[in-house]
Design a protein around this ligand. Structure first.
Ligand code: SF4
Length: 421
């Protein structure tokens, strides 16, 4: 007999529920003074830049600031005295010059020269008292209330009393006194430096390089540091909760590279009046009649149109420079004609009058009865006349019989990000 095998009741195996995975962070990189400021300025802009990592156009004012900063970092990073010479400092500046973002070669040259001026004046003011700093371009990483932070302090000097002096170089606009007192960047630097270096901060300075002026205040009080910690936590909470509402405002949207991607500026509304500051973006705007394909094409055409006009400008300026150089060589050698392999040029001196005083000139013409003889109808004046509602009816009828008003397509173009310093 075959004994039936006893069936052992199967035990239900209870698997332990897998430990709940912590939700992935919306943004896990350390925050910096500039990323915090951007979130406070416009959460959507923060998202497009830091979370979606959309590229921004290069800006001349960033290139310029970094070029000057790098030269000063070199100046104060030497391992031992003596200080670098002015020539060495300027050479370092030129070698490290960043070219990106300038409108044209002329603007780049102006700023290159202005940076030289700034460094010369900085050198003259500081060389006699030059001392090695405690740190140049001090990088800090720390956590504040669990939020990772990252930053770079331009310079930290150790004072004779053992306390610290923090300096931040600025190459932009003049800094109002109220900003110096309230600026979060200096507060963050004090917080980081005191925590990581372990010495007390005695003073905080914005060194405004274009005017070679230092603006210094005493250390931040504990309440101001606590307020900054609260701001850091609030910003981090907003980011991790994906609170990225756009906060459109004419002043800031005008220079925002992300406008074509911003929900507050739907495709098809490029160039429409900017939304009023307090108004939320409309939830759904109609797309272009041709759909997103047309929107993408339009964006591409706008950029190509801008590039084409920029090329025309650049070529005109190149042609002008070539014209002047050729004319100078012809003049120097007494030549009237020169040949290339595909073109020839002939010297054609242009002589013209320059009027010193237009008002007096008109008086003199009238006095000598020559005024009428110099008049000829100028097209813009005729257009103005035709649009003038005070034009007598009969004259209008006669003129309109000879002219036709036409609507021509026109575009006004401007770069998406420029003009900030
Ligand atoms: S365009 Fe204006 S609202 Fe949109 S991301 Fe930029 S700053 Fe914010």
């Amino acid at each position: 007999m075959i004994e039936s095998r006893q069936t052992v009741p199967r035990k239900t195996v209870e698997k332990a529920a897998p430990a709940a995975k912590p939700a992935a962070k919306v943004y896990s990189r350390p925050l910096s003074h500039s990323s915090i400021s951007m979130y406070l300025e416009c959460p959507q802009k923060f998202k497009l830049k830091y979370v979606d990592k959309l590229p921004e156009l290069p800006k001349w004012f960033f290139s310029f600031g970094q070029s000057v900063h790098k030269a000063l970092e070199f100046f104060y990073s030497i391992p031992a005295l003596p200080a670098p010479t002015l020539e060495r400092l300027l050479q370092e500046y030129k070698d490290g010059w960043l070219k990106a973002g300038y409108k044209d070669a002329e603007q780049e040259r102006e700023y290159l020269e202005d940076g030289e001026r700034i460094l010369r004046e900085f050198y003259a003011k500081n060389i006699k008292t030059f001392k090695l700093p405690l740190f140049a371009e001090y990088k800090f990483e720390l956590e504040v209330e669990g939020v990772p932070l990252l930053g770079f302090v331009d310079r930290i000097d150790k004072l004779d009393n053992g306390k610290l002096h923090i300096l931040d170089y600025k190459t932009g606009k003049a800094i109002p006194k109220e900003r110096l007192q309230a600026d979060r960047q200096l507060t963050m630097y004090q917080l980081a430096v005191e925590k990581l270096i372990g010495a007390e901060v005695e003073s905080l300075t914005f060194y405004h390089l274009p005017t070679n002026k230092e603006l210094t205040v005493g250390p931040r009080a504990a309440a101001q540091i606590d307020a900054l910690k609260d701001t850091i936590v609030t910003v981090n909470d907003g980011i991790q909760a994906s609170r990225f509402d756009p906060t459109p405002d004419e002043g800031k949207c005008r220079w925002c590279d992300f406008k074509p991607h911003c929900p507050a500026f739907r495709p098809g509304f490029y160039g429409a009046p900017l939304p009023a500051p307090a108004k939320a973006a409309p939830a759904a705007q109609p797309d272009l009649p041709g759909g997103l394909g047309d929107s993408a094409k339009l964006a591409e055409l706008v950029d190509r149109y801008g590039d084409a006009l920029a090329n025309v400008k650049r070529l005109e300026s190149d042609a002008q420079a070539l014209r002047e150089e050729i004319a100078a060589i012809l003049g120097r050698n007494g030549y009237v004609r020169a040949f290339g392999s595909r073109f020839e040029v002939s010297a054609a001196a242009e002589t013209r009058w320059e009027i010193r005083d237009r008002v007096k000139l008109l008086e003199v013409l009238k006095r000598h009865g020559l005024y009428e003889a110099t008049l000829k109808p100028a097209a813009p004046e005729v257009y103005r006349l035709l649009d003038d509602p005070k034009l007598p009816l009969e004259a209008r009828r006669d003129l309109e019989a000879l002219a036709e008003k036409k609507q021509l397509p026109g575009l006004s173009l401007k770069p998406l990000s420029e003009g900030r310093a």
